[in-house]
Design a protein around this ligand. Structure first.
Ligand code: ZN
Length: 410
């Protein structure tokens, strides 16, 4: 009996030893078989929607995805609404003394594909109010199964925890096979996008002695507004300047190419619309450089002008941003009125030679206003040019470190 027991233990030990050997071989194999980490960030999935508000005491720029799946989209909207409502409640509590300080909410996101249907969305939430000594930055991650329209897991409210990249080879043994689709993972490796030099159509003749203005559009591009605006400009052989957000570029490559191809100008309006004056030098550099890089990737050339978010700038911005900074002389407040008649009336009543007119290619009402004002301005003898053209033709240099809002009439 005892002998049998001993034999049994020996056998178990033997099995255990075999198991250890096998495991160490597997470990060794995976260690040497480490292919480079696939970059799973999926910059082109879905549409990107933004809310940008310019209050007297608070500013909000929130970006979130629309995936075309009603249930999940509603869930995402409710998460975002929760943060916006929370922020508004928080700013209501701020005492009048603190109101000189503009509170800021900024939400941006990254989407990662893990298989054909499994995605995770990591929101980064920045709240900067006088309640906090430092801006509060947290992340909120949700994981969805698109095929089942359901949330698999969520990781709310972690302070400053970055996303974790796990090598596919390391985890594949533990993941159900239907959640693994290696072909798909490889499909979404960064694409080496060739950008043949874009041909710039220039069949416009500008008379330097006739009045001219520059229409500018911030915070885009958006399919619903940028495309009809480009259509109107093209129809009237006119151009404008688009101060784009870097985080919108990868999802709107075709629009960005079209902007340049049709002779319009692209300006840098930061990566995700943070208030740049409160950022560290490192973060400011990142906001500018990342935007330049995404634009170069699509059109092969970098913007030469920059539009500071919320129109706010300071000396550090002037010294660190290696581009001339462009403001405006006519503010349509299109984001507030959302009324084509009101926007066009405001422009037509105030416009002068050399003006820079601020609008946002986020709203259908703005696109409708453009349909009215472009022919109306041309009828009045104005030529519509880009910001750089305006300064070049008027003979005023745009210099790095300076702020510009119009060309003064001679
Ligand atoms: Zn803006």
């Amino acid at each position: 009996m005892d002998q049998l027991k001993e034999k049994n233990i020996n056998f178990k030990l033997y099995l255990f030893t075999i198991l250890i050997i096998v495991l160490s071989l597997v470990f060794k194999f995976t260690k040497y078989n480490n292919s480079p980490n696939p970059n799973l960030e999926h910059k082109e999935l879905g549409q990107i929607e933004s809310i940008i508000k310019y209050g007297d005491n608070s500013i909000i720029a929130v970006h979130y995805p629309i995936l075309g799946n009603e249930q999940i989209d509603n869930k995402i909207k409710s998460i975002i609404q929760g943060y916006v409502d929370g922020f508004i409640q928080l700013t209501k509590k701020i005492s009048p003394i603190d109101k000189k300080y503009k509170s800021e909410l900024n939400i941006d996101y990254e989407i990662y594909s893990h298989s054909k249907d499994i995605i995770s969305i990591k929101f980064t939430i920045l709240e900067d109010t006088s309640h906090y000594t430092y801006p509060s930055i947290k992340t909120h991650t949700v994981i969805y199964d698109l095929s089942k329209e359901k949330e698999l897991y969520f990781l709310p409210d972690y302070l400053e925890i970055p996303h974790i990249k796990v090598n596919y080879n390391t985890i594949k043994k533990f993941v159900k096979s239907n959640y693994i689709n290696k072909d798909f993972i490889e499909t979404f490796l960064p694409i080496n996008d060739e950008h043949p030099e874009l041909k710039i159509i220039s069949n416009r003749k500008i008379d330097p002695n006739m009045p001219m203005v520059a229409l500018t559009f911030d915070d885009g591009p958006y399919i619903r507004a940028t495309i009809p605006i480009l259509d109107t400009l093209k129809e009237h052989n006119s151009v404008a300047t688009f101060f784009v957000l870097g985080n919108r570029v990868p999802r709107h490559k075709e629009i960005v190419k079209r902007i340049v191809h049709e002779g319009n100008e692209i300006g840098n309006h930061s990566y995700n619309h943070k208030q740049l004056t409160t950022l560290s030098s490192k973060e400011l550099k990142e906001q500018i450089d990342k935007t330049q890089e995404t634009i170069i990737e699509v059109v092969g050339s970098a913007p030469k002008i920059m539009g500071p978010t919320y129109g706010s700038y300071n000396n550090r911005l002037k010294s660190q941003v290696k581009m001339p900074m462009i403001l405006w002389s006519i503010d349509t407040e299109d984001w507030k009125y959302r009324d084509a008649e009101k926007i066009s009336k405001h422009i037509l009543e105030n416009v002068k030679d050399g003006d820079i007119i601020l609008m946002h290619d986020m709203y259908i009402s703005t696109a409708e206003a453009v349909e009215i004002i472009v022919p109306a301005l041309i009828n009045r003898g104005f030529q519509l040019v880009t910001v750089s053209e305006l300064y070049e033709i008027k003979g005023e240099a745009l210099e790095v470190g300076n702020i510009y809002n119009r060309v003064k009439s001679r």
